[in-house]
Design a protein around this ligand. Structure first.
Ligand SMILES: CCC(=O)SCCNC(=O)CCNC(=O)[C@H](O)C(C)(C)COP(=O)(O)OP(=O)(O)OC[C@H]1O[C@@H](n2cnc3c(N)ncnc32)[C@H](O)[C@@H]1OP(=O)(O)O
Length: 313
């Protein structure tokens, strides 16, 4: 009886694992949205509505190194997200989903500041709960897919990351903070809670006690506090302190290199198994790990390494 139950559980987890694997597969097809008409959501209709609030852009630079740079670009508004930038972001995530040569991603803001959240002018204009929910579903989808990319991602935080900007940092695998920078979930101050998935992700990054403190107190997280609570994974050198360290972007790319050095299939496989462990119940995560393992075992990088008799001193 116990065996039957275990078999049933394995069968169930094996089918949901296949779904997860299918989602992880890099393909040129647009990914299925997190929300659908059953949730009262129509992605295309929401895209059109958001485009009615123009300004700024989200720019993507894919480099030969396999590391892309995604820039939130609306400096006149401290890189606040206009509606059209939300659409831009979702489109850039789609492009990254089909980037077969990709290994890493740096997400940053233009003009030495990260992002001041959603554009308050757009927020005022779409303040009806229905429209707010649609924007929320659209951004949850875009940011969930950003975090699920088979790339190792880092948010390079210079200046301020406020509100939705703070939420965006949590959609990356790592956060690097420049001296003087601040991550602040200011939502409470404007009568809101995170809606772009930032609370769910924050709890997973810093634990529920710290998340409650950061959200409930709208606490300003500077680099020191960021390291202390585990929100920041590193702090950049100050300009002038170590000129050889390079610009903040160069420093972020150098920091990321330790995780992106190596063959594309191996780096992508590392991200996939960690993602499975992060998102799935244990049995399903194990199944996914097995599937991913099968893609690297006996593959060229594995055979080359075995032939070279490498030592790990
Ligand atoms: C998902 C939920 C959300 O994200 S709700 C949005 C949460 N964000 C905010 O409330 C940020 C509000 N802005 C601020 O606190 C300040 O502008 C910050 C970012 C600290 C910068 O201050 P400071 O250096 O003095 O510059 P400033 O205030 O003069 O700003 C320069 C121009 O940028 C604009 N700006 C800034 N943030 C936004 C925003 N989120 N939406 C729309 N516009 C924004 C300011 O209004 C200012 O514009 P202008 O020069 O007065 O035309």
């Amino acid at each position: 009886m116990v065996l039957c139950a275990l078999n049933r559980q394995l069968l169930r987890s094996s089918s949901s694992c296949c779904v997860f694997m299918a989602r992880l597969q890099t393909s040129s097809r647009r990914r299925r949205c997190l929300y659908s008409s059953t949730h009262g959501f129509n992605q295309e209709e929401t895209r059109q509505k958001l485009r009615a609030f123009p300004g700024g852009s989200v720019d993507l630079l894919k480099q030969d190194s396999g590391v892309a740079v995604l820039t939130i670009n609306n400096p006149a508004r401290m890189n606040a997200f206009s509606g059209s930038m939300m659409v831009d972001l979702e489109e850039k995530v789609s492009q990254l989903e089909s980037w077969t040569e990709g290994k890493g991603l740096v997400v940053r803001g233009a003009a030495e500041t990260f992002c001041s959240g959603s554009d308050l002018n757009a927020v005022r204009a779409i303040s009806s709960p229905q429209d707010g929910m649609k924007m929320c579903m659209f951004m949850q989808d875009a940011l969930t897919r950003l975090l699920r990319l088979p790339l190792v991602s880092v948010a390079l935080v210079e200046g301020r990351a406020l509100g939705g900007g703070a939420e965006l940092t949590t959609a990356c695998d790592f956060r690097l903070m420049a001296p003087g920078s601040v991550i602040q979930f200011v939502h409470k101050h404007i009568g809101l809670v995170p809606g772009w998935g930032g609370a769910a992700r924050l709890v997973r990054i810093v634990g529920s006690q710290n998340a409650l403190k950061l959200l409930g107190g709208a606490v300003k997280v500077d680099p020191e506090r960021g390291l202390y609570v585990g929100l920041a994974d590193g702090v950049l050198e100050a300009d002038g302190d170590a000129p050889s360290a390079g610009t903040p972007l160069q420093q972020a790319e150098d920091w990321l290199r330790r995780y992106t050095e190596g063959p594309v299939p191996v780096i992508q496989a590392v991200k996939k198994v960690v993602l499975a462990g992060r998102e799935l119940p244990l049995l399903e995560a194990l199944q996914t790990e097995k599937e991913v393992f099968g893609t690297v075992w006996g593959a060229p990088a594995n055979l080359r390494a075995l032939a070279s008799k490498s030592k790990h001193k």
